[in-house]
Design a protein around this ligand. Structure first.
Ligand code: SF4
Length: 449
């Protein structure tokens, strides 16, 4: 089964491994700086401790009751990189078509090397659909991604997350109780949330980013709302404005703000909803006038990027092309040359005919891999400090070897299952997204309806 989306062919003299770079920095043998020297340790050192662990989310508050990972057996913790590589290959060869391994763009190189598919969360969930006969889907990403794969896969298929502690700090910023409470408070202001006005518009359409729990996707599905990705956020917002006076957008304020601003929504019509404050901390007038209510969430990887970093890149690399992810703050997106999803970034680099210097504002594992794959270009991460996503980091080859060898032994470890009462409306919200088309887009035969 060939890896897709990314051709994994780093040039021989370039090491695409962020782990190796961190090990070298911590050992004093490599140039640069890392945000936390604990990143050189095995992630199992953090499985029993509270918090997200070292990396970009280490300062975020982890919700009580977040899934924890039991102790990884010693043989996997102590195995060498080469040994784990050999064991993973052997287990995959034994399992054959019975297993599909999915690797997110932000995953460490030592794991991505074993992925049958590499992509963003939605591409990977769709890749799983191409293997209805596989017994198990091993998702090397974070919790909400495994949930989405479970929503889209057959009920008999087991979706496995190699480390249960691989959550997502952004997804955790909108929990279902807070969202239900928000909805009730908005109903106090707007009245019956199901009642359309004279123009056929309901007061609020909830829109959630793919990076949210299945419970939030289910909430959105139950309330006439829709899911979006960073690739289709504008199309989805247009869909929502055809049905509602305003949008409640969660969990990522930055994607919501950047997308709505590009569509011409004034900033003063985008109040923030902070779930720790009454009525989100917004005034009744602000909410009455709102077009997009932005949930107070963010990605701690993309929040690290700054205008100063862009200024520095431009000063040191005249002619540099700066591309950032739309999860970055608005002023960073405004200062960049372009903003787009991981897929956009990847394609923009692939499409560049002339040798180009790229400064990229997204997770460092993807940036370093792109740099290795495109030696004709100079590609570097805008953030000079090596600080990977704390939760993607939790998937180490040791966990991958453990779950694969478990499957070989007939044991399904770390299965992620979305309860039926959540799964049905969550699927509905995903189906609405698949059916949403940009205005004027042709209807393609066979496309979802
Ligand atoms: S990069 Fe950000 S949004 Fe993605 S998994 Fe990490 S914390 Fe979550």
């Amino acid at each position: 089964m060939p890896a897709v989306n990314i051709a994994l062919q780093p040039r021989p003299d370039t090491d695409a491994s962020v782990d190796h770079a961190i090990q070298a920095i911590v050992a004093g043998a490599g140039a640069g700086e890392t945000c936390n020297t604990d990143l050189a340790a095995g992630p199992w050192d953090f499985d029993t401790r509270p918090g997200y662990g070292p990396g970009s989310s280490m300062g975020d508050v982890i919700p009580t009751g977040s899934p924890r990972q039991g102790e990884l057996p010693q043989e996997y913790r102590e195995a060498s990189e080469e040994d784990l590589d050999r064991r993973i290959r052997a287990a995959k060869a034994t399992l054959g078509e019975r297993v599909v391994v999915l690797g997110h763009f932000y995953q460490r190189e030592e794991v991505v090397l074993h992925a049958d598919y590499v992509g963003d969360s939605f591409q990977l969930a769709n890749a799983a659909l191409e293997h209805p006969d596989a017994d198990a889907i091993v998702f090397c990403g974070v919790h909400f991604m495994a949930e989405t794969a479970d929503l889209l896969s057959r009920p008999e298929q087991a979706v496995i997350l190699p480390n249960l502690a691989a959550g997502c700090s952004m997804a955790d910023m909108a929990d279902i109780d807070q969202v239900e409470e928000c909805w009730e408070q908005l109903a106090e202001i707007y009245g019956d949330m199901d009642q359309a006005d004279g123009d056929g518009l309901v007061p609020v359409i909830p829109v959630t980013y793919m990076n949210s729990s299945a419970a939030i996707k289910g909430f959105v599905g139950r309330h006439g709302g829709i899911v979006c990705t960073s690739s289709n956020a504008r199309t989805v917002l247009e869909w929502a404005f055809e049905r509602g006076r305003r949008v409640l957008f969660f969990p990522d304020q930055h994607l919501g703000r950047n997308t709505a601003k590009a569509m011409g929504v004034p900033l003063e019509q985008m109040p923030m909803w902070n779930p720790r404050k009454a009525y989100g901390g917004a005034s009744v007038d602000q909410l009455a006038d709102a077009r997009v209510i932005l949930w107070h969430g963010f990605c701690s990887v993309h929040r690290r990027f700054s205008v100063d970093q862009i200024d520095q890149a431009r000063a040191e690399h005249p002619g540099v092309r700066v591309i950032v992810h739309p999860e970055c703050p608005m002023e960073v997106v405004d200062a960049a040359d372009e903003a787009g999803s991981t897929d956009y970034i990847r394609k923009a680099i692939e499409a560049a005919d002339e040798p180009t210097t790229f400064a990229i504002g997204t997770e460092v594992n993807l940036v370093q891999r792109l740099a290795a794959q495109h030696p004709q270009h100079e590609i570097f991460c805008l953030d000079p400090v090596v600080c990977p996503c704390s939760t993607m980091y939790r998937i180490h080859p040791g966990y991958l070897a453990w779950v694969l060898e478990g499957l070989v032994a007939g044991e399904v470890l770390n299965r992620i299952t979305v309860p039926q009462d959540v799964a049905d409306p969550a699927r509905l919200a995903l189906e609405r997204m698949l059916a949403a088309k940009p205005p004027g887009a042709p209807v393609v035969a066979g496309s979802p309806s």
